[in-house]
Unconditional design. Structure first.
Length: 379
């Protein structure tokens, strides 16, 4: 089976206004870099506009385009995971659909990968056009705080815009966590990674689909997924407050022994409120980590696929089903094939995952096809 030289993976949420221009520019950039030896993978993350209809139309005119329709809005990071699972290329470009990251930089990024013998070329934002001062300031604070808190060196001022080798992607796909911070996970897998400075443009059309609430959730996932510093802070705060409480007890005892009255309730109430606030903060931090553990142990699929339009190639994992960890064996359904079985003990071995697809070659899959309602298993 032929593996394309390049896969371009693009998660989309309410990006119907951008898709035609996105397809034209990405196709031109990919063709300039590798000719026709490429594929484009679009992921519709439960959009409420006409994104899926536009994707279906585009797949009819471009045989190198595959579109995935998720069953609901799973979030940017899981939508991106779905596209990475399906991608088949030797190199993989991750880019957002709003065209703030210029696809025309692809050729230069590939050149940097070859010249510097790198497995990952990550784009570093020098300028951020069209973004508010608040977003720029909070992003700067977040990345620098994350750098201080984590043991993994996560590059500053980056997004998910990057070019990866196949072995770097395979290493990334072997990580099973549910709450995903992909740019941190890419940094964690290692290999040689080099920066690529660029100036970020304004959105091509529409408004941002990543509001403050989603950014805060991503920040929590990043901090709790790559650092135990908040838990250490909670224990340190507990020790400090224990010392303060002992000093306060000594002060009150001395006042009682000397016969002087402790004045009023104000100081007492302030101390109580302060201690209560710290306790709630500590419990909240512990709750965040317990919540992550709760989500992980349920071992639900990372995402569900409702429909696929266009040719399915390479590492398509549509049709996998997650089963209990002691005997999780996942049937792989492809059109016209007897279901194959892959043991979790051998996953994510690429050969085991692709046997069925290798036999089938390129296949068009729709919601009418057995196995088209797909999941990605947790390993």
């Amino acid at each position: 089976m032929h593996r394309p030289a390049l896969s371009v993976v693009i998660p989309c949420y309410n990006e119907a206004a951008c898709l035609d221009a996105l397809h034209a520019r990405v196709s031109a950039a990919a063709h300039a870099a590798v000719g026709d030896d490429h594929e484009i993978v679009l992921i519709n993350d439960g959009s409420r506009d006409d994104s899926w209809a536009v994707m279906q139309r585009l797949t009819q005119s471009d045989p190198r385009l595959v579109a995935i329709n998720l069953s609901r809005n799973h979030g940017h990071q899981l939508a991106l995971t779905a596209g990475l699972d399906l991608s088949a290329g030797e190199q993989i470009l991750i880019i957002d659909a709003d065209l703030q990251d210029p696809p025309e930089l692809l050729a230069d990024m590939r050149r940097a990968m070859v010249e510097q013998e790198a497995d990952v070329v990550y784009a570093v934002r020098r300028k951020r056009a069209g973004e508010t001062l608040f977003k720029k300031a909070t992003a700067a604070v977040f990345y620098r705080m994350l750098d201080r808190l984590t043991d993994t060196e996560i590059p500053l001022d980056t997004g998910d815009f990057r070019l990866m080798s196949r072995r770097a992607l395979d290493a990334l796909l072997s990580l099973p966590e549910q709450a995903r911070f992909i740019r941190g996970m890419v940094a964690w897998v290692g290999f040689r990674q080099v920066p690529f400075p660029y100036d970020r443009a304004e959105r091509h059309a529409g408004e941002t689909n990543y509001p403050l609430s989603k950014m805060l959730r991503l920040a929590f996932d990043a901090v709790t997924g790559f650092s135990t510093a908040p838990l250490r802070f909670a224990s340190h705060a507990g020790l400090i407050l224990t010392g303060v409480s002992m000093l306060l007890f000594v002060y009150i005892l001395i006042g009682w022994l000397s016969g002087s009255a402790v004045q009023g309730w104000t100081s007492t109430m302030l101390v109580n409120v302060f201690l209560g606030a710290v306790q709630m903060f500590v419990l909240g931090m512990i709750g965040e980590y317990l919540g992550r553990m709760y989500v992980e142990v349920k071992r639900r699929p990372l995402y569900l696929v409702a429909d696929v339009a266009g040719p399915v190639q390479g590492r398509a994992t549509l049709g996998f089903r997650a089963e209990p960890s002691h005997a999780r064996r996942a049937p792989v359904f492809q059109p016209g094939l007897t279901p194959a079985v892959v043991s979790a003990d051998t996953a994510p071995d690429e050969g085991a995952r692709t046997d069925a697809v290798d036999q089938a070659g390129t296949a068009s899959v729709t919601s009418e096809t057995p196995g088209a309602i797909g999941t990605r298993p947790t390993m």
